[in-house]
Structure formats: structure tokens, C-alpha cells
Design a binder for this molecule. Structure first.
Ligand code: NAD
Length: 527
């Protein structure tokens, strides 16, 4: 839509109101008179606000301003930068109701899953605030001539970090990676998805309230091919979260510039359930692992491999539990499942289920759109008898659909779980956790959760998280998730004794002999 094509309704029955979204839209870093795009809530199909459609020229200006402020920020002591994150931690918890409203209004998810985003912000802000002063401190490194040559490893911020984020976790995926980049001394130029811009804008506003210099974070809304592309062309490092297809396109573009790139992409995540599992726990954990966030979660489970000895009981109990899940469009705690985020999402889910049923799959639960609740609601769906000809077998649905496959032995389950181009997340549900860990080690995915679907792996914030194979490159979380936003620099200082020792002079043979003896001796020194 354009500025002249303003939506007829200027009010919304959802929280936040139109005045609040209009105020937030003013914080987008664009020039005067840009066309506007309506943001429609998937909860009730109402327009909740509009954001400007940015241009490449806007990105160029934003990057220049970010670069200017970043120089000052990089010179700010790490401890002070970390304190900003700790104040942000408190502000997020204080303002959680307002953030939950924004997340629900833009994305359509049930409030309980929006709360996961609040928890993630607090955990991530606290973790990186505490890690950064230790991990970014210059440190001594061993040299070939210890004591005679000294070496220091420094960590220097990259400069301007570009962030391109999707719509499924409007707070987490726009802000969490940025927190690590910011505490490392970088500035941020971010393009949140046009479906979910307001949560990100409000969160970065809270970061400024916590002490982040104004202008260090530049937010620009607009299409990926225009705004995203301009960010790729001008940032010093890129953090992308989104689909594997887009990740490949961006990888080719950024590769030309020889700029670092971290990509968190799609998945087709398997869960293996062994015969010794506690059935009640398995049913509950699988339900959470498949249908949290309406299944629009890169790490949620879309394939369940269950031991044939317990497959009939598990399938029946699981289908009953899934059928009893409550759907709702309220901006309150209560419903267990919210809306899909858009018509495109509803169409994809409908196509996958229809294609599977047309080709002979069996429906155990769900299988219907629920327009009576809201435009983009779809029942949590369980399928079985799914075969490779069906789209749902290997393609990511990214919605509330899971297929159950019985297996005869664990080796077969591991082989089938690994038989995918993806490698993001997996799960093993079992009675014997030692056995579960052995299975986990054979699964080719960046995270594996034993007796959980996805939460434990994600919330293990000190450990790296990311995808193998076509599910990504680079990692978020842990030290990797911080150090990737820095250049490592080695400063080596040679003493005058080392200078004499290292110079062959006219006696090259004596030099070689001297160093041979030193190398032999060095092998016997303690490490
Ligand atoms: P998408 O790739 O279509 O879009 C993601 C972002 O990239 C959006 O902001 C979009 O505007 C932008 N974009 C699109 N084309 C671009 C281009 N050519 N240049 C620059 N930017 C461009 O993904 P989506 O449909 O919004 O998100 C769903 C996908 O994201 C799923 O595949 C899901 O698995 C994946 N995802 C992965 C993770 C993870 O951590 N691994 C997390 C969430 C979502």
C-alpha cells in the first residue's frame, strides 16, 4: 500500500493501539515521504499500524550514522557496555506485558509462547553482560620463544553488524544476536521482517533507555531484496535468520565481499522415542516440541520416529492430547495454540496436509483451518503413513504438522533421522538417559535434546546453537556467539635477546643447529 492508500480503519481492538504503533514507526531510519506498508495482525485480521518502506539510500545514510556512533561505543569500557545489557534485562521484565501484547498482535502466537521470548531476552542479556568482560579481555598467548617474544590476542569489534530477521520470533531473532554484537562494541543496522517490526523497534527503544547511545542501532523496514540487499552490501558482518533458500542467496552475495556471515536457517527436525520411555512424559514433551509457537519454530519437531513396540499406544495417546489443545486469539494467558502468522503460512500448511492426505496418509488429529477462531488458525495436526512422495516427508512445513513413523530398531531410527538435507535440532525421548546421549551423539544436528523437544538445547546459553548441513553456518549463543562479532588481532613483541637469537647472520648452519637443539628441548617442556 502507499501513503495515499491508507487503511480505512484507524483504530484497532488489539493492544497496542494505533497511536503507539504510529509513534514506534517514527523511529525507523528513513527519509521523508516514504511509502507506507500496513502491518496486519494475524489474530483478527486488523491493521495494527504502518511502517515506511525504506530504500538503499536510507540504508547508506543509516550505516554512515551507525559507523560514526560505533567508534565512540567501541572506546567505551566493556564493563560499561555490559551494564547497559543488565539494565535492559530489568526493563524487559518490567515492560513484559507491553512486549507480550506487541508480539501477539504482530505474530499471532499464544501468549505463553510470547513469554518464551521475554525469558530468552533476560537470559541472553544477563549471560553476555557477564561473559563479555572476561571473553573480550586481551589475553597472553604462548610464543615460539616464551619470555623472549610475548604475544597478546586482542578482540576488536567488526564495526557495523547487519541483522536481517524473520517474523516467527519478533523479539528473540531481532534482538538476541544484536545484544552479543553490541556488547562486543559494534553498531547494528537491522531489517526486521515487515510482518513484525514493532516489537523490535520497542525493544531497541528500551535498550536506549538502558543507556545505549542514540544512533548506534539503526532500524530500517522494507523488502529483503531492497533494504536487506543494501545492508548486505554495506555491513562489516552479517547475522541472518530465515529460510535456507534466502540464506543461500545472501551467502553468494556476501561471499563476493569477503565479509563474515552467520546464518541460522531451516530444519526438518526429528524426534526419536525409544520403547523404554515414560509414556506420559513422552506424550507431553512431544506435544510441546511440535506445537509450541504454532509449530512456527525453526527447531520444532516435524518428524517423530517411535519404536514399533509402543507406536500404537503412543500414537493414540498423542493424538488425543493434540486434539485437546486449546486454540484462541486472546491477548491473555490461556490458549495453548495461537494463529499462523500470515495467509502464506496458512496456505503452506494446508497444501502440505492436503497433498499428504491425497497421496494416502492417515490423519490422526487436526487437519482443518479454523476460520471460526481467526483468519489464519489451523488445528494442530498429526499424520501417519507418510511416504517420500509427499511434500511433508522431507520439506519443512514450518507449521503445526507432524508425521509419526514407527521403527524396528534404533539404528534404523538414527539413519532415517539423519536422512535429510537439514541438521538444525533433534530430540531423543528415552528411559535410559545414558543410552539417549549415545543416540544423540550419532544425530547430525547442531543441537540434540534428550528428554526434551527443543527448550533445553536453546536455553543452554553457554553452549553454541546453530545448524549443520543446509541448516546454517556459524553459531549463536556461548563464546562463539560473541567472538564472531570481533576480529582477532595478535600483537607480538620481540625482545633484543630474541632478535639476536633469531638472526642467522653469516652463520646459517650454527643458526639451524641452535634452533634444532631448542626445538628438541621445547618438546620436553611442560605445556
Ligand atoms: P525468509 O528467508 O523468507 O525471510 C527472512 C528475512 O530475510 C526477512 O526479513 C526477509 O525480508 C529477508 N529477505 C528475504 N529475501 C531476502 C534477500 N534476497 N536479501 C536480503 N534479505 C532477504 O524466511 P521467513 O519465511 O521469514 O522465515 C521462516 C524461515 O526461517 C524458516 O525456514 C525457518 O526455519 C527459518 N528460521 C530459522 C531459525 C534458526 O535459528 N535456524 C529461526 C527462525 C526461523
Amino acid at each position: 500500500m502507499t501513503a495515499t492508500d491508507t487503511p480505512s480503519s484507524t483504530t484497532s481492538t488489539l493492544r497496542p493501539g494505533r497511536e503507539q504503533t504510529a509513534r514506534l514507526a517514527k523511529r525507523v531510519a528513513v527519509g521523508e515521504g516514504r511509502e507506507m506498508k500496513a502491518v496486519t495482525s494475524p489474530l483478527k485480521g486488523e491493521v495494527i499500524g504502518e511502517v515506511p518502506i525504506g530504500t538503499a539510500e536510507d540504508v547508506a545514510k543509516a550505516v554512515a550514522e551507525c559507523r560514526r556512533v560505533q567508534k565512540r561505543w567501541a572506546a567505551t569500557p566493556i564493563k560499561q557496555r555490559a551494564e547497559v545489557l543488565l539494565r535492559y534485562h530489568d526493563l524487559v521484565l518490567e515492560h513484559q506485558d507491553e512486549l507480550l501484547d506487541l508480539i501477539q498482535a504482530e505474530n499471532g502466537k499464544a501468549r505463553v509462547w510470547a513469554f518464551e521470548e521475554i525469558m530468552d531476552q533476560a537470559i541472553t542479556a544477563r549471560y553476555y553482560a557477564r561473559l563479555a568482560p572476561r571473553a573480550l579481555k586481551s589475553s597472553w598467548r604462548l610464543t615460539a620463544l616464551p619470555g623472549l617474544v610475548t604475544a597478546t590476542e586482542n578482540r576488536i569489534p567488526k564495526g557495523v553488524v547487519g541483522v536481517i530477521s524473520p517474523w516467527n520470533y519478533p523479539l528473540v531473532l531481532a534482538v538476541s544476536d544484536a545484544l552479543a554484537a553490541l556488547v562486543a562494541g559494534n553498531g547494528i543496522v537491522i531489517k526486521p521482517d515487515s510482518q513484525t517490526p514493532f516489537t523490535a523497534i520497542r525493544a531497541f527503544e528500551l535498550l536506549e533507555q538502558a543507556g545505549l547511545p542514540s544512533g548506534l542501532v539503526q532500524i530500517i523496514t522494507g523488502p529483503g531484496t531492497q533494504v536487506g540487499s543494501a545492508i548486505i552490501e554495506s555491513s562489516d558482518y552479517l547475522m541472518f535468520t530465515g529460510s535456507t533458500a534466502t540464506g543461500r542467496t545472501i551467502g553468494a552475495q556476501i561471499g563476493e565481499r569477503l565479509v563474515g556471515y552467520s546464518a541460522e536457517l531451516g530444519g526438518k527436525n526429528p524426534m526419536i522415542i525409544t520403547a523404554d520411555v515414560d509414556m506420559d512424559r513422552a506424550v507431553e514433551t512431544a506435544t510441546h516440541g511440535c506445537f509450541a509457537n504454532t509449530g512456527q519454530l525453526c527447531i520444532s519437531i516435524e518428524r517423530i520416529y517411535v519404536d514399533q513396540a509402543i507406536a500404537p499406544t503412543f500414537s493414540k495417546r498423542f493424538a488425543e492430547r493434540v486434539s485437546a489443545l486449546t486454540l484462541g486469539a486472546e491477548q491473555e494467558y490461556g490458549p495453548e495454540v495461537g494463529a499462523l502468522a500470515s495467509k502464506a503460512q496458512l496456505d503452506k500448511v494446508t497444501e502440505h496436509v492436503t497433498d499428504a492426505l491425497d497421496k494416502g496418509a492417515t490423519l490422526l488429529a487436526g487437519g482443518k483451518a479454523r476460520e471460526d477462531i481467526g483468519a489464519f488458525f489451523y488445528e494442530p495436526t498429526v499424520l501417519t503413513d507418510v511416504t517420500p512422495e509427499m511434500d511433508v516427508y522431507a520439506e519443512e512445513t514450518f507449521g503445526p504438522v507432524v508425521a509419526i513413523y514407527p521403527f524396528t530398531n534404533v539404528d534404523e531410527a538414527i539413519r532415517l533421522a539423519n536422512d535429510t538435507e537439514y541438521g538444525l535440532n533433534s530430540s531423543v525421548l528415552c528411559g535410559d538417559t545414558a543410552k539417549g546421549k549415545k543416540i544423540a551423539e550419532q544425530l547430525m544436528s547442531g543441537t540434540v535434546n534428550v528428554n526434551d523437544g527443543y527448550s533445553s538445547g536453546w536455553a543452554s546459553i553457554d553452549a553454541p546453537m546453530g545448524g549443520m548441513k543446509a541448516s546454517g553456518m556459524g553459531r549463536r549463543h556461548g563464546r562463539d556467539g560473541l567472538l564472531k562479532y570481533t576480529e582477532s588481532q595478535t600483537v607480538a613483541v620481540r625482545s633484543s635477546i630474541a632478535e639476536k637469537l633469531q638472526s642467522p647472520g653469516k652463520d646459517a648452519q650454527g643458526y639451524a643447529k641452535r634452533f634444532t637443539s631448542m626445538l628438541k628441548a621445547a618438546k620436553h617442556l611442560p605445556r
